[in-house]
Design a binder for this molecule. Structure first.
Ligand code: BEZ
Length: 178
């Protein structure tokens, strides 16, 4: 892997809201990572005083994560990356991943990962504690729970299982139905 990849991989809000023009969209799996709602959001789905929870990837040799790879026009890539860097500035860094498409193609892609070293990282907590935060938090991009439910919907439409997302969504729904 050397030069800038042609693809951008989304496993969170980029799945349903890329916010940029693309030449191609391909769903696929990335091996060796699992999706977790462990990153604090002080700027989109929460506030600095009451952060929301959004997704990041954690390394796990036995896991795989489903998402969507986008290929923008080459001359637009730098501009799109600059916009995404601004949009995702709350603790995320670039990473390179290989996206396995259903037809066997392997796409070299850039993605965003928030590691435990960043200042907004919330990490693992008991399910009820995470669910309470997601049920309550609200930020400039909207309700934290709307983000969770949109991700749950996108995964269900794609037939892509993610037990962590499903379990959290059920727990949040139980709280808001109370
Ligand atoms: C995404 O895949 O939608 C995404 C996840 C974390 C940071 C930025 C984008």
């Amino acid at each position: 892997m050397s030069e800038q990849p042609a693809w951008i991989f989304g496993y969170g809000s980029l799945i349903w809201n890329p916010g940029f023009e693309v030449l191609e969209r391909r769903a696929g799996w990335v091996h060796g990572w699992m999706r977790r709602f462990y990153q604090g959001s002080p700027d989109h789905r929460g506030t600095p005083e009451d952060m929301g929870r959004v997704v990041t990837l954690l390394p796990d040799a036995h896991a795989q994560v489903w998402g969507v790879a986008y290929r923008p026009a080459p001359h637009e890539l730098a501009h799109i990356m600059a916009r995404l860097d601004h949009r995702e500035q709350g603790g995320y860094a670039h990473a390179r991943v290989r996206v396995h498409a259903p037809d066997g193609a392997v796409l070299d892609a850039l993605t965003y990962i928030a590691t435990p070293q960043n200042p907004y990282y919330l990490g693992d907590r008991p399910l009820d504690v995470m669910a309470q935060r997601i049920a309550r938090a609200y930020g400039p991009s909207g309700l934290n729970r709307a983000y969770l439910f949109a991700l749950e919907d996108a995964l269900a439409q794609a037939g892509a299982q993610d037990e962590h997302v499903t379990t959290l969504a059920h727990a949040v729904r139980a709280l808001i139905d109370e």
